[in-house]
Unconditional design. Structure first.
Length: 265
């Protein structure tokens, strides 16, 4: 958990809207491209399709918290629209392309939110009329309304939607949000509505706390994602070589100056 005492006067005390569980097919319509990721049978994250064969999630989901080793991508399963024990579509992963500047660390004082992105390539495209991959959008401004669809450890059998939360601050590749997340929500898509269309503008990376109020941290998306997609196109390897190096951020940022402590959702 990150404690961000320095933001107490920045409007961080607002209470997020209640989560609504998507229990039925009607509830879930339009959100089927959000799914649950089974990480080698040991953990879970949330991911969202951005193409018929590509799933976007958080890079730290690809690492074992104990060993720091990268999980074999072929041992990850994507369950699109997972609800009440069934998925709209199931897919195995062929390879994982992590942002080249991301470095995983399990240490609470050394977690990097910036560039915490990975694109998973499926072994075959999901081509179903009921599943439409999401388009992405530009980084939202401070004060913008956003929404989130996610799974979590205590709501792992159906997704939940928070239709309106807010961008509380932006800093060096990180969005600080009022959205309600929990363990298992890592990688969940953060949306803005653009002409009635949901566009992904960030993914959930970590949780934080301000004066006893939970907030969430999301990554910047547009530029980091373009780097990953270029690497995906340029490489033919089945999956990336494991990355186990850890490091501190090279320069202090606002989170560092608050003595922040991190926990992954």
């Amino acid at each position: 958990m990150i404690f961000l005492a320095g933001f107490a006067s920045a409007g961080f005390a607002e209470t997020p809207n209640a989560l609504r569980t998507l229990l039925t097919g009607d509830d879930s319509r339009g959100w089927e491209a959000v799914g649950r990721l089974d990480i080698a049978g040991r953990s879970m994250c949330t991911g969202a399709m951005i193409a018929p064969d590509l799933v976007l999630t958080a890079a730290h989901c690809m690492f074992d918290k104990t060993s720091g080793k990268q999980v074999d991508a072929t041992k990850i399963k994507f369950m699109a629209g997972w609800r009440a024990g069934r998925a709209t579509a199931y897919a195995n992963i062929k390879r994982a392309v992590i942002h080249p500047d991301y470095r995983f660390s399990a240490k609470a004082n050394n977690i990097t939110v910036r560039n915490d992105l990975v694109v998973l390539q499926l072994t075959r495209p999901i081509n179903k009329t009921s599943i439409t991959p999401f388009e992405t959008g530009t980084r939202p401004r401070k004060g913008a309304d956003v929404g989130i669809v996610s799974y979590a450890h205590d709501r792992a059998q159906s997704p939940s939607i928070e239709e309106q939360c807010r961008v509380l601050a932006r800093q060096s590749g990180t969005l600080i949000l009022s959205c309600d997340v929990d363990f298992g929500s890592s990688g969940a898509p953060i949306f803005v509505m653009d002409g009635g269309q949901a566009r992904i503008v960030s993914v959930v990376s970590a949780m934080a706390e301000v004066n006893g109020k939970k907030v969430s941290l999301g990554t910047s998306l547009q530029k980091p994602l373009s780097v990953i997609l270029a690497k995906l196109k340029a490489t033919q390897d089945r999956f990336q070589k494991p990355v186990t190096v850890t490091r501190r951020l090279s320069s202090p940022n606002l989170l560092d100056r608050t003595g922040a402590k991190f926990v992954r959702p």
